[in-house]
Design a protein around this ligand. Structure first.
Ligand code: NAI
Length: 329
């Protein structure tokens, strides 16, 4: 079975090449460019393509993949909001993902963002390097005995809830389904969560229903001085409204691992024009905002689990077996 791997980074290649020893029937060719309607033609002669959160797996790409004989899209990530599942189904292209490779990797990153933004680590790091050990502007708040509001208590949200519980926080949550393993969590409505939380952390997938879940309307319902963390998907937060809230001093701190402009590769193409119009660059101008580069998943353990499960998904498809990792419409 032949897989064409898009948007290859050196760490992807190392991790997948290491796993290939356990999958003798699979061959992988690696491309630097990402999957998009034009680059889909490269997949001629391959059974499957391997794509990522940044890939364009929309209608045109899927049609092009289908025209070139590809039957399988292997997402090497949990999220799949960039895949046009209806079109994939119509064309008979199967889509698999890696649902829970290391929830702790993302949850630990979410807590790191909350702590770093709260205690101004980004500022103190720079100050101390300049031999300035003064404390002005560095005061934070205790998390102990504060309220953490977790939106989405699946695998990552549950891991974040456990971390917050370990910090001695009261943990409340909003989800469409309640997670029975979280007996220390009190489930509340979204409005109650917004009103009560000192720290709000987003862990639900991006869907049509929750696009711009955090907007002017929901920000208004939050406590003053709230800390907001998003490690889930950029589209959950309406960036212009977040900026408005930051300007109005609604937020004590904001930590973002994901943002709306990710697919535009704002930081890889640092042309003045892009930066001038970039809402992400505007966010970076605020001293109480920390942004990381969608790196929540990026630990050794998670990468190894991603490559293993992706190749297992390929085998499952080849054998015609069913799997909970298949994404169905
Ligand atoms: P999961 O599927 O285990 O859990 C998602 C939870 O969100 C479920 O309990 C579901 O019922 C709930 N949910 C769905 N819609 C909701 C809504 N509108 N409001 C509240 N809850 C809702 O997913 P998992 O593995 O915990 O991942 C969560 C998200 O984290 C992924 O969808 C992905 O967007 C993001 N992610 C980010 C990574 C990073 O590197 N920053 C890496 C991996 C995932």
């Amino acid at each position: 079975m032949k897989i064409l791997f898009y948007d290859t980074k050196s760490y992807d290649r190392e991790s997948f090449d290491r796993q290939l020893a356990n999958f003798p029937g699979i061959e992988i060719d690696y491309l630097k460019g990402d999957l998009a309607p034009k680059s889909a033609v490269m997949a001629e002669g391959y059974d499957a393509v391997c794509a990522f959160v940044s890939s364009d797996v929309g209608t045109d790409t899927l049609k092009a993949l289908h025209a070139h004989g590809v039957h399988l899209v292997l997402m090497r990530c949990a999220g799949f909001n960039n895949v046009d599942l209806e079109t994939a189904k119509e064309l008979g292209i199967k889509v698999f993902r890696v649902p829970g490779y290391s929830p702790e990797a993302v949850a630990e990153h979410a807590m790191m963002l909350a702590l770093a933004a709260n205690r101004h680590v980004h500022k103190s790091y720079v100050k101390v390097r300049e031999n300035d050990f003064s404390l002005g502007g560095l005061m934070g708040i205790n998390f102990y005995q504060k309220t953490a509001g977790i939106v989405g208590t699946g695998k990552i949200g549950a891991a974040m809830a456990r971390i917050c519980h370990g910090f001695g926080m009261k943990v409340i949550a909003y989800d469409v389904y309640q997670n029975p393993s979280l007996d220390f969590v009190e489930y509340v409505s979204l409005d109650e969560l917004l009103a009560q939380s000192d720290l709000i952390s987003l862990h639900c997938p991006l869907t049509e229903e929750n696009y711009h879940l955090i907007s002017r309307d929901t920000i208004r319902k939050m406590k003053d001085g709230v800390i907001l963390v998003n490690t889930s998907r950029g589209g959950l937060v309406k960036t212009d409204d977040l900026i408005e809230g930051i300007r109005a001093r609604k937020f004590f701190a904001v930590g973002l691992d994901v943002y709306e402009e990710e697919t535009a590769n704002v930081f890889e193409d640092r042309s003045d024009e892009i930066l001038e119009h970039s809402t992400t660059a505007r966010l970076l101008s605020f001293p109480n905002v920390i942004i990381t580069s969608h790196q929540g998943f990026f630990t050794e353990e998670a990468l190894s689990a991603i490559s293993q499960t992706t190749l297992e998904n390929a085998l499952t498809w080849e054998k015609g077996e069913t799997s909970p990792n298949e994404v169905l419409v």
